[in-house]
Design a protein around this ligand. Structure first.
Ligand code: 5GP
Length: 182
């Protein structure tokens, strides 16, 4: 089993790089079928966690795509049922009347995706779909599901393949679970 000793915590491999690549190939065919005939698909990556996923996904897609990014920051009191989501970086292009695919790293409580979709829907895209590499359905607080999901995972803190722990570990080629010493 792969993994890395990162000092104060250990990272155990949960999803190998090969499994991610294989799953992206399958999902890309489904996305191509769904958006067949689209003139130019706007693929929107949610920064920063999705940057590696979107890079691999767009290269697997046999569609004309435009790549854009949105950065949202979610924070607030965990005791509150609804968390505030701020937009730190907005899209560079308009999406009115266009087909849009939002690319998220993890859907956890669902607040981030819920707020981002509400914001983008208000701009009247022709079609608005979502893909999440990882989904933690047991953590959901908002009734939302991505159109396509790479892998459903249990309630664990994961890193790698673009996803960080205090800005570290994004460059791991696999998805790993952070394991703290007892
Ligand atoms: P949500 O709004 O769905 O609760 O949060 C989604 C965001 O929380 C993800 O885009 C990601 O940034 C962060 N997140 C959720 N689970 C994890 C995790 O296991 N590891 C890391 N590093 N971030 C996570």
């Amino acid at each position: 089993m792969g993994g890395r000793d990162a000092g104060p915590y250990r990272i155990d491999e949960m999803i190998p790089a090969e499994a991610i690549a294989e799953r992206i190939g399958v999902l890309a065919r489904e996305i191509e079928a769904h958006f067949a005939g689209t003139r130019q698909l706007v693929v929107v990556g949610l920064l920063r966690g999705s940057f590696i996923f979107i890079a691999d996904l767009v290269r697997a897609l046999d569609l004309v795509v435009e790549v854009d990014f949105l950065e949202a920051s979610s924070y607030g009191n965990a005791m509150q049922s609804s968390r505030e989501v701020r937009i730190l970086k907005d899209l560079s292009s308009g999406i009115g009347g266009r087909d849009v695919l939002v690319v998220e790293d993890i859907v956890d409580t669902g607040h981030t995706l819920h707020h981002v979709l509400k914001l983008l829907r208000a701009r009247a895209p022709a079609r608005l779909e979502t893909i999440a590499l990882l989904d933690k359905p047991s953590r959901r607080e908002v009734d939302i599901r991505a159109t396509w999901v790479g892998f459903e995972i249990p309630d664990a803190f994961v890193v790698g393949y673009g996803i960080d722990y205090a800005q570290r570990d994004r460059n791991l080629p696999f998805i790993g679970q952070v394991v703290r010493p007892e």
